[in-house]
Design a protein around this ligand. Structure first.
Ligand SMILES: O=C(O)c1cc(C(=O)O)c2c(n1)C(=O)C(=O)c1cc(C(=O)O)[nH]c1-2
Ligand SMILES: [Ca+2]
Length: 566
């Protein structure tokens, strides 16, 4: 049985991995050093597991390990239990999705959570399911939201104090971002917290007025369909007892429709879209918010993971690398802005971040207002960088307690973008914008950077031709693991960025690596299977990488005992 203690200490209990992020702070750092810079060239495959059939593409999951079993979610809302010693399947669950789901960005699922005797995962049709760890039998199932209204679900759930906490997806369909907490044992809803101001949540079934804000930063009724999907899930900082969720792009994309406030005189910042939000896990109350892109107009979703860490001076901080190209450091107690620095080479929509954490907009690089166009149909086309897929998208960065640096998977690209008129229609795309992605450099889009969070300096950069779309993991052995769309699973030196080891997995990697220890040996796993938003939305860039084979294979590596010392 997995307890709150197990979940809370996931990083230090190195024989198991029961949380997404290898700890609820999402550091993705392992204190294991059996495998290290000296011996990583001896890392070899132990077994592989095929996801079979037609449902191969878009494998973004992070495996979990508990009591001799590996659990992985597959794309199309499947979950597999695998014998961790042999790689043989023990059971599988297929949610058998209905027709007509509207995921914006592929049939992905980023993982599960373990608590008690259950494993929890969300399905693409916006449901949450609890399965028995041993048998895969359904313990309970509940609806997060209505997929017919454009909602979906792609993130890993988060367990805090016996609650299963989930977000939602659908920001491209005019849904409303929300965080929900259920009793993990029974599935009963404890609280809900919509993240667009004006919407009220619930606490134990009663309407909750705790947000305390009206729809002041939205014009007219637009707040009712304001987007802000909490689609990447959240992290938890035990020291301040705070859930931290990000809210995605405001809807629609066309920011001219959201330019004013309501009542008159207030700014059109469109809170709390494109923001990070600190939430009290007991009540669902919003404790603080930090908006990365006020009146966002480039699809710079504010969802990217917020990692709790202690810096070299002993300060307790959060760090997050936003879609908008800036790496932010926030105070862990208050959520207040500490610093920001660019983590990509070319940012054109803003000239910097002011002392309050607010971007200094370059107004001519905001896509034009269609109402001012001669034909009233298409606003001025502008070039903006980063592209709408972001300086960094969902793929998680890692923090190393060994070096004190963050390892950030980023992409160097821009886009032509324009606005168009749009009105809300339930279940239909709600963008009011068009776009074409363009690489900023001939030789690379992908760029993994080691970033010093105290100075914002880049310690090193590792360039990759195709856009990076996989998670990153660091270890006390001085290694940085990640994968590429070209199929390579790579280990770099955490101090120099030098490539120490790589393995060709046969398909593009968009999954999240883990490591653990078993019978005194260190194992590493990653899933391979190209997919996600790039092949769907990448335009010219996608053409460049669409030769990559789709796949669906979980690879497990180990360092043979006799080669551990070298
Ligand atoms: O606003 C949203 O609700 C939403 C959801 C998702 C998702 O759930 O996967 C993505 C995005 N937006 C998005 O903007 C995006 O670039 C994206 C990439 C991916 C992916 O898995 O490759 N998902 C999503
Ligand atoms: Ca989005």
């Amino acid at each position: 049985e997995v307890t709150e203690q197990d979940v809370a200490n996931d990083q230090t209990i190195t024989t198991q991995v029961v949380t997404n992020g290898m700890g609820r702070h999402l550091q993705r750092y392992s204190p294991l050093e059996t495998l290290n810079k000296e011996n990583v060239d001896n890392l070899v495959p132990a077994w592989a597991f095929s996801l079979g059939g037609e449902k191969q593409r878009g494998q973004e999951t992070q495996p979990l390990i508990y009591d001799g079993i590996m659990y992985i979610t597959g794309s199309y809302s499947r979950l597999f239990a695998i014998d961790v010693k042999t790689g043989k399947e023990i059971w599988q669950y297929d949610a058998r999705l209905p027709e007509g789901i509207l995921p914006c960005c592929d049939v992905v699922n980023r993982g599960a959570a373990i608590y008690g005797n259950n494993i929890y995962f969300g399905t693409l049709d916006a449901r949450i399911v609890a399965l028995d760890l041993k048998t895969g039998d359904v313990v309970w199932r509940d609806k997060i939201a209505d997929y017919k209204a454009g909602y979906s679900y792609t993130a890993a759930p988060l367990i805090v104090n016996g609650l299963v906490v989930t977000g939602n997806s659908g920001g491209e369909f005019g849904i409303v971002g929300e965080v929900q907490a259920r009793n993990a044992e029974t599935g009963e809803m404890v609280w809900t917290r919509p993240v667009i101001e004006g919407h009220m949540g619930t606490l134990n079934g009663e309407e909750s007025t705790m947000t305390g804000t009206l729809n002041a930063t939205w014009p007219g009724d637009l707040w009712k369909t304001g987007g802000g999907a909490t689609w990447l899930g959240g992290s938890y900082d035990a020291e301040t007892d705070t859930l931290v969720f990000g809210a995605g792009n405001p809807a629609p994309w066309n920011s001219w429709l959201r330019a004013a406030g309501n009542p008159e005189g207030t700014e059109g910042d469109n809170l709390y879209a494109a923001s990070r939000i600190g939430i009290d896990p007991a009540t669902g109350e919003i404790k603080w918010h930090f908006q990365t892109t006020p009146r966002e107009g480039w699809d710079y979703d504010g969802v990217n993971e917020v990692v709790a860490y202690t810096d070299r001076n002993g300060e307790k901080r959060y760090a997050t690398a936003d879609r908008n190209g800036y790496f932010y450091v926030l105070d862990r107690e208050t959520g207040d802005f500490v610093s920001a620095a660019p983590f990509v080479k070319d940012i054109s929509w803003a000239s910097g971040i002011d002392e309050n954490g607010r971007p200094i907009f370059v107004e001519e690089n905001r896509p034009g207002n269609p109402a001012e166009a001669a034909d009233g149909a298409k606003g001025e086309v502008i070039f903006a960088s980063p592209s709408f897929l972001g300086g960094k998208n969902w793929m998680p960065m890692a923090f190393s307690q060994r070096t004190g640096n963050f390892y950030v998977p980023s992409n160097e690209w821009g886009m032509d973008i324009w606005n168009e008129p749009i009105t809300y229609k339930k279940g239909a795309a709600y963008l009011g914008a068009g776009f074409t992605i363009k690489p900023n450099y001939e030789d690379h889009i992908g760029s993994l950077k080691a970033i010093d969070p105290e100075t914002g300096d880049w310690v090193w950069e590792y360039k990759n031709e195709a856009p990076l779309w996989s998670g990153v993991m660091t270890t006390a052995g001085g290694l940085v693991f990640f994968g590429t769309p070209e199929g390579e699973f790579i280990a770099l030196d955490d101090e120099t960025g030098e490539k120490l080891w790589s393995f060709q997995t046969g398909s593009g990697i968009v999954g999240q690596p883990i490591t653990w220890e078993q019978d005194g040996e260190q194992y590493v796993s990653v899933i391979s299977g190209w997919g996600g938003a790039v092949p769907l939305w990448g335009g010219e860039v996608a053409k460049k990488v669409n030769y990559l084979n789709q796949g669906g294979m979980l690879w497990t590596f180990k360092l043979p005992k006799q080669l551990a010392m070298k």
